[in-house]
Design a protein around this ligand. Structure first.
Ligand SMILES: *Cc1c(COP(=O)(O)O)cnc(C)c1O
Ligand SMILES: [Zn+2]
Length: 435
């Protein structure tokens, strides 16, 4: 855990014990005096730093704001979010072949994805800065969350989406919560370029995961996950497996772990291995890990059924890759077929997730089969979004509806696979109608 050490000296820029630091050159900035997203000197990513980091004992209350001691504010614009279940999945656990498999289901947040945890903090910061118009580029879930939290805070909200590539549930949410939805003839990365340009001109406040405060909220997933796992098992997991798009969550996981180690709350030997999963058609982070690079090459053409991770240029790669390396983790790419299979396997345990979420389980299975993950491991897979986000994918993966006659006997015959003969029976009736 030597990389990206948390500095202990408080810079002049600190405001109430909080400041922003460039992860590349170490420059520090006042967090709430003006709007800043990246380093003014070198354009590097910024991250929030604090004058002290809490141990688990400092956490109290529920949801994201239970972790206020590790956040820049005591409370935020809340719906409320967090407190998501850590499911056991005994059949899947046995089938994958690990000692323990738990599913942290972030689809159980108010708008159905972990993005809510980032927005409760991000929109609170927007209020502190006094901005009027919020915006994001999105593959769908960020727009749904921003629309809801923006509405709650009574702020104008713009969302830029790749035309035709956003799952139906997410689009419906953004619209009903009253965001202006701008559909761009391009992919997510193009949308982000545009919204970043608008943010640079001061027209909008950017709430993509380039915004360091989004990741502060998302850190709480991992505080919560570690507390829950420890309460149940009396130890910490060996590995956390999560889908990666912009790799914001992967970066947030690493930040949560570094803060806990820094505070002495987590022994360095107890740090789980950060394991990121991407879809084969959209895997620049996996490529970087395989080639031993500490930055990604932009993929200009990306495609996958898991639209939430259909991203060719993960903006948080420079924060996420050191975490994968420092914890002994890895990154792996999975096929769309494997994602759908994992979505079904989770659903068979009663856990309904959208395709991108299932990538975590598909990735674990692949790493277990190749021997990277061993049978003695305790693993938590993160499922990031709810099944209803993408009803079309769910319908395509699940059983198809069967039409039956409006008659109890005929329905019974149908479910038992019996065929009736004669003109009064089902076949007779069907034949008559066809004839
Ligand atoms: C946003 C999102 C992801 C990707 O998260 P990153 O932090 O961008 O890597 C994965 N799954 C779902 C459902 C999402 O909404
Ligand atoms: Zn810098």
């Amino acid at each position: 855990m030597a990389e990206l050490e948390l500095s202990t000296s408080v810079p002049e820029a600190a405001d109430d014990g909080v400041w922003l630091a460039c992860i590349e050159c170490g420059a520090t900035y006042a967090p709430f005096e003006g709007v800043i997203y990246t380093c003014e000197d070198c354009d590097g990513l910024l991250e929030a730093r604090y004058d002290s980091y809490p141990t688990f004992e400092a956490f109290e209350g529920r949801g994201v704001w239970r972790y206020a001691a590790a956040l820049p504010f005591e409370e935020g614009v809340s719906l409320p979010e967090g407190d998501t279940p850590l499911h056991s999945v005994p059949r899947l656990e046995a089938d994958v072949g690990v000692r323990t498999l738990r599913i942290k289901h972030e689809g159980m947040n108010p708008t159905g994805s972990f993005k809510d945890r980032g927005m409760t903090v991000g929109v609170r910061v927007a209020q502190e800065l006094g901005v009027e118009r919020l915006a994001c580029a999105s593959t769908g879930n960020t727009s749904a969350a921003l629309a809801a939290y923006g509405a709650r805070a009574d702020l104008e909200t713009l969302v830029l989406l790749p035309s035709g590539k956003v799952a139906a549930g997410k689009l419906a949410q953004a619209g009903l919560h009253g965001a202006r939805i701008l559909e761009v003839d391009g992919n997510f990365d193009d949308c982000l370029d545009i919204v970043q340009a608008l943010a640079e001109r001061g027209e909008v406040y950017l709430l993509n995961s380039l915004n360091p405060f989004r990741l502060e909220g998302q850190k709480t997933i991992f505080f919560e996950l570690l507390e829950q796992f420890h309460a149940d098992e009396g130890r910490y997991p060996d590995r956390v497996v999560l889908p990666a798009g912009n790799a914001g969550n992967t970066a947030a996981l690493y930040k949560a772990l570094r803060e806990l180690v820094h505070a002495g709350a987590l022994a360095p030997g107890d740090v789980p291995k950060i394991t990121a999963v991407q879809a084969e058609g959209s895997a620049p982070l996996v490529e970087a890990v395989e080639e031993g690079n500490d930055d990604v090459e932009r993929w200009s053409d990306v495609e996958t059924r898991a639209t939430a991770i259909r991203i060719g240029y993960p903006v948080n790669a420079r924060k996420a890759l050191p975490g994968i390396h420092a914890t002994g983790g890895t990154a792996v790419a999975v096929s769309d077929e494997a994602i759908t299979e994992a979505q079904r396997a989770l659903a068979e345990e009663g856990v309904g997730v959208e395709p991108a979420s299932a990538a975590s389980v598909a990735g674990l299975r692949k790493l277990r089969e190749s021997g990277v993950v061993n049978e003695g491991e305790d693993v938590v897979c993160l499922t990031t979004g709810h099944l209803l986000k993408d009803p079309d994918a769910a319908a395509a993966a699940g059983t198809a509806p069967e039409s039956v006659p409006n008659d109890a006997d005929a329905v019974l015959d149908h479910i038992e696979g019996r065929r009736r003969s004669g003109s009064g029976g089902l076949l007779g009736r069907v034949r008559r109608r066809l004839g």
